[in-house]
Design a binder for this molecule. Sequence first.
Ligand code: ATP
Ligand code: FE2
Length: 324
Amino acid sequence: MICLGIESTAHTLGIGIVDSKGTVLANAKKSFFPDEGIHPREAAVHHTKHAMELVSLALASAKIDAVDIDLISFSQGPGLSPSLKVGAVVARTLALELKKPILGVNHCVSHIEIGKLKTGVKDPIIVYASGGNTQIIGLSGEKYRVFGETLDIGIGNMIDKFARKVRLGNPGGPIIEKIAKKGKYIDMPYSIKGMDMSFSGLLTFAVNAFILKKEKIEDVCYSLQHNAYSMVVEVTERALSHTGKSEVLLTGGVAASKMLQGMLEVMCTERGAKFNVVPVDVAGDNGAMIAWQGLIEYEGGRRQKMTDTEPNPKWRTDEVEVGY
Ligand code: ATP
Ligand code: FE2
């Protein structure tokens, strides 16, 4: 089977084409990163504008025709409502036009399954670190259980907000990581409550450290990353210990961070656990992960009526049945 997957939860519109073996035939994307942060309606306008051009691009790079597609999948949630609606409309249009089945999938679970496909890991503790989400997850029965998560903003959004407030550009993740390489540690808030994390106090402290206390930007960037990533590593280590699992999978857009990868790797090595990270080309939001999720669910027997394709902006990771 060949599936065309549509990603449109936030900044990125992605069209991916994947076959049943997990070969990524195409992974076209276009992102919208305004200087002042995302406005949901503007993102939807961006996605609407580029949808058909990206579909054509993906088909051309996969070297197939639209009629060769067997299934259409799309991100049904969670995400920004106006952006999600664009993806759903494009998916319905293609499914009706091509007379193919449609399947709305969960964006967060797709980040996990593409990581499993690409690394071959079987039953890991998953560190899902992206713009909007920060969750430490493990499979139990037929659901991914969230052992710990952010109580306020996602780790990537926190870093991006910091970068925007101190005028370093958007998205901030890669920019901050580069600057932080020359930095040294200065004391900053570290906030774990049970197994949950909180990042907004760290954000405010870091902005003030730079703007009011005139600390060096490289030291602020380093310390902000250091504490945010240390919180993630601590919760991950406890999840490994509680569950007895022996593998870790890092996935989501922030998985591109070399510092986070390095810190998790050290913790895993010390515990005798195996560390895996999703390849960078499928770490951030992309259509291929949505196509792959569509395929495994469809081949596992799941079907969806057109009337059930309304987006679900608050669809949580732990609500999805994954008994495929
Ligand atoms: P989700 O809906 O899953 O929360 P998202 O819409 O935020 O996802 P992703 O593409 O999964 O999108 O993640 C984007 C985030 O990844 C941004 O916050 C960006 O700054 C961050 N990021 C990208 N590269 C790096 C890096 N090298 N270091 C740290 N963060 C990074
Ligand atoms: Fe994402």
